[in-house]
Design a protein around this ligand. Sequence first.
Ligand code: ZN
Length: 282
Amino acid sequence: MEWMSRFAFRTQSFVAATPLLAVGILACALSAVAAEPGKGVNLYSIPQEIALGRQMAAEVEKQAHVVNDPIVAEYINRLGQNLALQANAPFPVTVKMIRSDEVNAFTLPGGFVYVNSSLMKMADNEAELASVVAHEIGHAAARHATRQATRGKLSKLAAIPLTALTGWGGFAARQVAGAAAPVAGLSFSREFETEADRLGLGYLSEAGYDPNASVEMFERIASMERKTPGAVAKLFLSHPPMGDRILKTQAAIAKLTREATAYIVNTSDFETVRARVMAGAE
Ligand code: ZN
């Protein structure tokens, strides 16, 4: 009887413990998923990050000229969705194009990615453009904005002027003629930039693009800055030195096993949309 009751007790406690155990396993599974990418402390919940990003995106879209041309808008977002499929981001990602001659792309919290039209103009093919978008989606998926905010480097993310976060020094300076360009003092840590390069390269090749396009795009951006100083947004250049990025990316490409012949380099859609952007699509 004593044995029976002890057995019963044990059975009961096991049954009672099972849901907890299940929760524990689930939590482990979730943290394993969350560990790559986006590992590290983040004080922002996903809904908080989305709400913050939505607010900032509304502000950006008030100030910047988002390209509404349906063919351009559909194309750039579709390109982003194909890459985001590889990213397993904790929120949906949207990609929009901003009409601007400044070479820049940036990511707000909550998966809001913006690519300047200048980047499409300078890219030679879809894979090169995709390499930049993939890097930005890497920042989004790894939640770099809120992780950096958590670290206290951006103590009040929402209070920071957008020009600082998005590197719109040039844009703001043109708006207020004669005024000194606001200091674009904010950028992701070097560690986050390196992580975004690594993640982006993975999405690029998983989505079927030639990963060498990322190196070609880095070289294109570096040569643009050499030929036309100031053409590239300061924030964009604040990434780790191009030489380092190229070497690291080349080393990572060497480890990829996919057959080069299977890669996409260009599409007719890219050519059509690029021609529209060149012609001044609004
Ligand atoms: Zn970056």
